[in-house]
Structures are given as C-alpha cells and as structure tokens.
Design a protein around this ligand. Structure first.
Ligand SMILES: NC(=O)c1ccc[n+]([C@@H]2O[C@H](COP(=O)([O-])OP(=O)(O)OC[C@H]3O[C@@H](n4cnc5c(N)ncnc54)[C@H](O)[C@@H]3O)[C@@H](O)[C@H]2O)c1
Length: 406
C-alpha cells in the first residue's frame, strides 16, 4: 500500500463512486468523502447505494483489498477530485435573463474541505459539470483558505459518462482536460492517460468547462427543434412521426425524436449555466430550454382538453393512467422529469395513477400494475419504457404527440 498514489474524491455519487472504485482497482489508494453517513457506511461494507451495472463488483473488491475507504473527512493525498452536485438555485432568478442561477455552493464547500489537506505538488481536479470560471474560483477559495496555489496543479475535466454504462465509459470515452495553466493541464492529462483508453485532449480550464455545457446545449437545442415540430404538426393535423421520417431521408438532415419535454440533471440544467453568464446573448440556447420546458406544459393542456371531452361524452370522471414517470426510457431516475411533472400537475385536478416499471414508490402518486394502467379510461404514454413497446403502434405514437388510449 505504501507506494500507491493516493486519491481523495469528494462526492460519492454516480460519478465519484464509480471513479473511486475504478481507480482503487487500478493500483491507486482511494479515500472517498461524502456528507452522507449512510453512503459512507454502505461503501465501507463493500456495498453500493446507487444503481449502476458492475459497480457492486468493483466496490466490493476495492473495499475488500483495502484500496478503497470512505469517510466524512478528507485525508492527505496526491490527487484530489471534486465530484459533487452542481444544480441551480430553486428560488432565485437571474434578473437580466429571468433564468435559473447555477448553484456552485457544493463545489466551494468541497474546496474548503480539502484546503487543510493540500500540499505542494498536489493535483486538484474538478469533475463536476460547472459554469465557466468555476475552476478559477477554486483557486480563489484555496487562496482565501490560506493555501498558496503556487506549485499546486488545478484542472477541470468534465465527466461525460452515460448512466447504465459508467464503468465502461469511464475508461473508453475521450476526455477534455483544461488546467489553470499549462503545467496543470499536463499533470491532469497525464493522470487521466493512466486509466483512460479514449483520447485525452488538452486545453485550458474555461474551454473545458464550456465544452461540457456546449455538448448538453447541442442536445437540448436539437430536441427542442423536434418538440417544436410536434406542436406545430398537432395544429396542422400532420403526423410528426411520418414527417420526421420523411425529412430524415434527406442526406444531410437528422431530426431527433420529440418527447414530453427534456429532463435529467444534465441536459435540462446545464444550458442555463451558459444563459446565466451570457448577458442575454445566448438567445438560441435560452429559447431551446424554454421550448423544451413548454412542451410539458403543452402536454398537460392537451390531456386536460381530452379529459373534458371524455367527461362531456360519458358523463363521468375518467380514471387516468400516466405510463412512465422517469426522465427517459428504462431508468429509475426522476430528476427534472417532465413525465413526473405532467403526472403531478394532472393529479392536482383528476383521478391519476401511474405505471413506472422501474420504481415501486412515488408518493403521493399511486403506482399501479401495467395491466391496471393499460385498462384505465385514459392511458397517457409519456416515456418509451420497453415494457410499453407492444402497446404502441409506432415509436412516435409515444412522444406526446402522446398516444392516448381513450
Ligand atoms: N450522473 C451523471 O450521469 C453525470 C454525468 C456527467 C456529469 N455529471 C456531473 O457530475 C457531478 C456529480 O454528479 P452525480 O450524479 O455524481 O451527483 P450525485 O448526487 O449522485 O452525487 C453527489 C454526492 O456528493 C455528495 N456531496 C454533496 N456535497 C458534498 C460536500 N460538500 N462534500 C462531500 N460530499 C458532498 C452527496 O451527498 C452525493 O452523495 C455533477 O456536476 C453532475 O452534473 C453527472
């Protein structure tokens, strides 16, 4: 154990824990840090608190061999890695753009936490998706905490892994690495090249920060285009599925699928980090965010008008089933989920149950069996879970456009 390089990772979530477990199995001595005692106890038992294929095997063997431990407090290390959440503030809006304000408090707190343990020659890595300028703020915070950053290497390397494939993608994906200076970039890139099989691209900190935000904004804008088409087609009584299939026969057109909105803690959050700093100049990125958020509102209104028609025709209140609550198919993640939002909005006024094959409890919504959902008066397919496939006519029936069986 003596000659192993030591890594201290702050934040033992979907990013921090898989990275910790991978490094611990690759010859590093890893010390994981979290504010949540339950998380720490679970890891120290060699178990996991999140759902991710193969992660349990990695954590179990790392803990058993003694190369992974977890604690509330950080420890001295050669490399510090920050992998804490970067959401936005829920109760504040940017006055210029009327948009959510990024919350980097967790990053600042993690930086303060590691400050007493940092020594000359250490490498500090920010992996959290961050607004441009956050890596520079780490330098400021460390200096304020009395750490001279001269001789300390500080860099950002955004994580791009896809949940469900994290253990493979941590190794195979290309990485962008940007330091606060050239030496920091080189040191950080050298570290990632030790375990990453993809290419490691060197740049500066601001470009690395912007690269991740750009990737997610690109996705958001392209989905917004599909969502806007679905709304326009509904007015014109055009089948948006057919339309997109036909348009995509053009050799240079590739329109994505519309859905009931955009969710998750990445694509529906990160573009706001660009908008917040743009002084109103990120018009397209902002508009795409608003189009995707509006799609969920539009879906609610469409469903309400169908419910009214049902009530008028049948002279009774319908039983409504929302099919799928997660933010995308075949996962259990409800963060920023438009499907969950739609179900919650409808349940304020109507008798609503939900079918979510990946989740057992979602209070106060009642989760029912697939059969019960299918047999409701109105079944609204919000998420293309594989369990719903044979209930649907085409992929696009699902997209709300949403197939409603009445
Ligand atoms: N999950 C993904 O698929 C994914 C992909 C790419 C990038 N990211 C980014 O990675 C970052 C982390 O995301 P995640 O999904 O791992 O989050 P997560 O919520 O799963 O885990 C974060 C962990 O950090 C802990 N924590 C919070 N504040 C802390 C502090 N001050 N000190 C110590 N621990 C603290 C929390 O208790 C939690 O266990 C975010 O910026 C996210 O946007 C996530």
């Amino acid at each position: 154990m003596g000659n192993k390089r030591k890594v201290c990772i702050i934040g033992m979530g979907y990013i921090g824990l898989p990275t910790a477990a991978l490094l611990a199995n690759r010859g590093y001595q890893v010390h994981g840090v979290d504010v949540n005692q339950h998380v720490i106890d679970t890891i120290n038992r060699g178990e996991i608190h999140i759902v991710e294929p193969e992660l349990d095997t990695f954590v179990h063997s790392a803990v058993k061999s003694g190369s992974l431990t977890a604690n509330i407090d950080p420890a001295e290390a050669d490399i510090f890695m920050i992998a804490v959440p970067t959401p936005f503030h829920t109760n504040k809006l940017n006055k210029t753009t009327n948009s959510p304000i990024p919350n980097v408090d967790y990053v600042i707190d993690a930086t303060k936490k590691i400050a007493p343990y940092i020594r000359k020659g250490n490498l500090v890595l920010l992996e959290s998706t961050s607004p441009v300028g956050t890596t520079d703020r780490i330098v400021e915070v460390l200096e304020r905490e009395g750490v001279s950053t001269n001789g300390i290497y500080i860099a950002h390397s955004p994580e791009r892994v896809l949940p469900g494939h994290i253990m493979r993608e941590l190794i195979e994906n290309d990485r962008v690495v940007g330091g606060i200076n050239v030496e920091s970039t080189k040191k950080a890139a050298e570290f990632y090249r030790d375990f990453v099989e993809g290419e490691v691209f060197e740049t500066n900190a601001k470009t690395a920060e912007m690269a991740k935000l750009t990737e997610n904004s690109f996705r958001d804008i392209n989905i917004a285009f599909a969502n806007e088409l679905s709304i326009l087609c509904d007015d014109e009584d055009i089948d948006v599925g057919e339309l997109i299939t036909l348009a995509n026969r053009h050799p240079r057109v590739n329109i994505l699928s519309p859905g009931c909105g955009v969710g998750g803690h990445c694509i529906s959050v990160d573009p706001w980090f660009i908008v917040d700093r743009s002084n109103g100049k990120a018009k397209l990125i902002e508009q795409a965010r608003r189009v995707n958020d509006y799609k969920a509102t539009w879906v609610v209104e469409k469903i309400k008008s169908s419910i009214l028609s049902f009530e008028k025709e049948r002279k009774r209140r319908p039983k409504i089933a929302c099919m799928g609550l997660a933010f995308k198919p075949d996962i259990d993640d409800l963060r920023e989920s438009p499907a969950l939002h739609i179900a919650q909005e409808l349940s304020k006024e109507f008798d609503v149950v939900a079918v979510e094959p990946n989740i057992e409890i979602c209070d106060p919504l009642k989760i029912v069996s697939l059969e019960e959902g299918v047999n409701a008066d109105i079944s609204i397919y919000l998420v293309a879970h594989k369990e719903f496939n044979d209930k649907l006519v085409t992929q696009y029936d699902l997209v709300f456009c949403g197939l409603m069986k009445i």
